[in-house]
Design a protein around this ligand. Structure first.
Ligand code: T4K
Length: 395
């Protein structure tokens, strides 16, 4: 048996198991979807010819206009990444004290608050949707609460209507981390129009990428104006700073990638959907496995193939299955295990948070994600499913 090796992501890969379909190359969750290379390179040449690399350049402006049109929203403010975009949105909304968020999310959601000395207060999620449980959110409201920040986990919109009603009734701001939800809809309307603002991530691993990048969308003119100032140090003209700001600008090469990828959104969705349907057909019939269904009837980007392991029915635990897949070169991921509340600094600052997060803990312990996207062929999906089936048969 070959010794365990460390891959570039420091994920420990054990020995390969013989007699099963082999992947020569590792299959990753999060391989980027990349549009037409020639079109992208033509834009890069164009950018180099005009010597305008960043600072509200023509590609950024074009991307913002096209994204606003695509999402049918008044304002789209492009940023260097979603974490900074969240920080800027939080600041522009004047949030202080405590903000209620799920713990079942990527750590950036919580960090964007803590970074600004605002306490992220973790509410529990629904077992069926993996998104905020509105009753739990209401329980967490205190006199220090200034906002709720929902996360559209796996691209599926939160219970937007109930959160909107709660925020209105308790006089709170409402912000959404829509990092996963580009191209998804809620009640037929594109995500990007809810709450005071929504924040998208265009990181390499996201459905739609600009290498690194993000955007805040809003229908509030004043909020959009503030965020544009804040992303550019507060400059409102040459030599005139009118606000405290930071550097949240998207550069032109990223915008060129975004414009190129935007032309391929329907293809990306088709490929993801094909993979998702094939995974579901092959895995849902296996004991104790279920592919997270998402929002039937809404637009979806199908970027996440989320498998839930029911320990009472499945002969293999989630962790054993993930280790086994890694040994077969299938780099499945356990997003968002163990939950933000079990990571620093929150684990130390809020040591008892888990007492009110029983569903978060349950979901975080049973989920794993499988590779999809345009780099994963239909044949690869079948072979991944055979590996999983093979593991269940062995036990
Ligand atoms: N809110 C939510 C709900 C989020 O999910 C995220 C980001 C954010 C906010 C913040 O957005 P940004 O500030 O990033 O715009 C990854 C991503 O880095 C992160 O963007 C993402 N969520 C999170 C869910 O996943 P890691 O630490 O798992 O990434 P990493 O580097 O291990 O990449 C995952 C896999 O993707 C790799 O194993 C291989 C593959 N990969 C990655 C990159 C960067 C590639 O094949 N090519 C690449 O270029 O966090």
């Amino acid at each position: 048996m070959s010794p365990a090796v460390e891959n570039s992501d420091s994920i420990s890969i054990g020995p390969r198991v013989e007699g099963l379909p082999e992947f020569q190359e590792r299959l990753f969750v999060g391989r980027p979807n990349i549009g037409d290379r020639e079109a992208f390179l033509a834009r890069i040449n164009n950018m180099l010819d005009r010597c305008w690399l960043t600072n509200d350049g023509p590609f950024v402006k074009e991307l913002e206009e096209r994204l606003a049109q695509f999402l049918n929203v008044r304002h789209c403010v492009a940023m260097c990444n979603a974490t900074v975009a969240l920080e800027i949105a939080v600041r522009a909304l004047g949030l202080t004290g405590e903000v209620i968020v799920p713990s079942y999310t990527f750590i950036a959601t919580a960090h964007a608050l803590q970074w600004q000395q605002i306490t992220p207060v973790f509410a529990d999620i629904h077992e069926q949707t993996h998104c905020l449980d509105v009753a739990s959110v209401e329980q967490m409201i205190t006199p220090r609460t200034t906002a709720i920040m929902g996360v559209h986990v796996w691209g599926q919109a939160c219970d937007v209507d109930a959160l909107t009603e709660l925020a209105r009734r308790r006089n709170l701001r409402l912000l959404f981390d829509a990092a996963h939800a580009f191209g998804c809809s809620h009640k037929g309307r594109m995500v990007g129009n809810n709450g005071d603002a929504e924040v998208f991530s265009f990181h390499a691993t996201k459905f739609f990428n600009t290498f690194e990048g993000g955007a805040v969308t809003t229908n509030d003119d004043e909020l959009a104006r503030k965020m544009r100032l804040m992303r550019n140090f507060g400059f409102s003209g040459v030599d005139n700073v009118t606000y405290i700001g930071t550097n949240g600008k998207m550069n032109e090469a990223s915008a060129a990638m975004g414009l190129t990828n935007l032309d391929h959104v329907p293809e990306f969705i088709d490929t993801n959907r094909r993979n998702w349907l094939a995974y579901r057909a092959a895995l849902d019939c296996l004991p104790g496995l279920r592919v997270f269904p998402g929002n039937e009837g809404e637009k979806q980007n199908y970027q996440y193939v989320v498998v839930e392991v029911d320990d009472s029915q499945c002969p293999v635990s989630r962790d054993d299955m993930v280790s086994y897949l890694h040994r077969q070169n299938i780099i499945a991921r356990k997003y968002f295990w163990p939950g933000c509340h079990r990571m620093e600094p929150y684990r130390s600052l809020q040591p008892h948070a888990s007492l009110l997060l029983s569903t978060t803990e349950k979901v975080a312990a049973r989920v794993f994600l499988l590779p999809t996207g345009t780099s994963i062929s239909a044949d690869m999906v079948q072979r991944v499913c055979e590996v999983i089936r093979g593991r269940l048969i062995q036990s």
